[in-house]
Design a protein around this ligand. Sequence first.
Ligand code: UDP
Length: 313
Amino acid sequence: MVSNKTVLVTGAAGFIGSHLCDWFIGHGFKVLALDNFVTGSMDNIAHLTKNKKFKFIKHDISKPILIPGKINYVLNFASPASPVDYLNLSIQTMKVGGLGTHNALGIAKAKGAIFLLASTSEVYGDPLEHPQKETYWGNVNPIGPRGVYDEAKRFAEALTLAYKKVHKMDVKIVRIFNTYGPRMRLKDGRVVPNFIDQILHGKPLTIYGDGKQTRSFCYVDDLVDGITKLLFSKATGPINIGNPCEFSIREFAKLVMKTYGGKAKIVYEPLPKDDPKQRRPDISLARKELGWGPKVPLENGIKLTMDWFKNNS
Ligand code: UDP
C-alpha cells in the first residue's frame, strides 16, 4: 500500500505509538509524530527521523496545538500505560486521557480526519465477567490507585462517541489488552519487562500476590495488525484487540524461564491494590468485523522481546 495520506500519532515515541509509526512509514504514509517524552523515548523513533515522510513535534497533547496542512487520520496513543507509571503520574494520566483526547478530537474534527482512540482492557476494571466482551460495563474502582487511568480512558471513550454523535465524525475505539514486545521500557514496572530484566540479570522473579491472577499477552505486531485493520474498516467499536491465550502469572514466570533456558528463584511480593484477578479478551467481534486474530505464540514473542532487551539494555 502506498499512500499520500497523513497520519498524526500522539504518544508516537511510546512503545505502541512507535510501532504504529513504523507501520505507517513502511506503508508509504506521511507521519506527524507528537510526544512529550514523559514515558516515551526518542530512541524509539530515532531511526525514522531521517525519513522525509516523518516529522516529529515535541508537544504535550493535553495542551492545544495548531497544526497546519492536511491530516487524514488521528491516532490517539498518548498516555502513561503501566500501573507504576500512572500511579506516579496520576494527574498527567488524567489530563492526557481527558484534555489530550479532547484536543486530539478537536484536531481530527478541524481536519475532517478519521479518529482512533487507544482505549484499554482497564475499562473493565477487576472484571466480574470472564472473558471480557465489549458489552461488559466493567467493575472499576473510581477512587482506587488505578482509577486515574481507568476513568480517564472511560471518559475518553464517552467523549469520542459524543464527537461521533454531535459532529458526525468517523471514530474508532480499540480496547487494548496486555501487549508486549521490543521497546517496552525495561523499568516500566510491568510484568513482562520486570521478569525479562530479572532473568537476564540473574535476579529472582517477583511474583505479586500468589501469582494465580491471570493475564493474556499479545505480541505488539499482532496488535498493530488489529489496530490498522480497525482503522481501515467500517467498524467504530469499541473493539477488543488482544490475545485470548490466558496464563496465570506463575505459569508466565515458568514460560519466561523456559524461554531463557535457565531457572530463577521466585520471590513473592504483596499484590498491588485493585490488581485485576483475571483478564482475557473475547475477540469474536474483532474476528467477525475485522477478520483479525493474533498469530504470534507467547513463547515466540517472549523470545523476540528477550533478544531485543539483551541488545538494548
Ligand atoms: N506482576 C507480578 N510481578 C511483577 C509485575 C507484575 O506478579 O514484577 C503482576 C501484577 O500484579 C499483575 C500482572 O503481573 O497481576 C500484570 O501486571 P502488569 O503491571 O504487567 O499490568 P496489568 O495487567 O496489571 O495492567
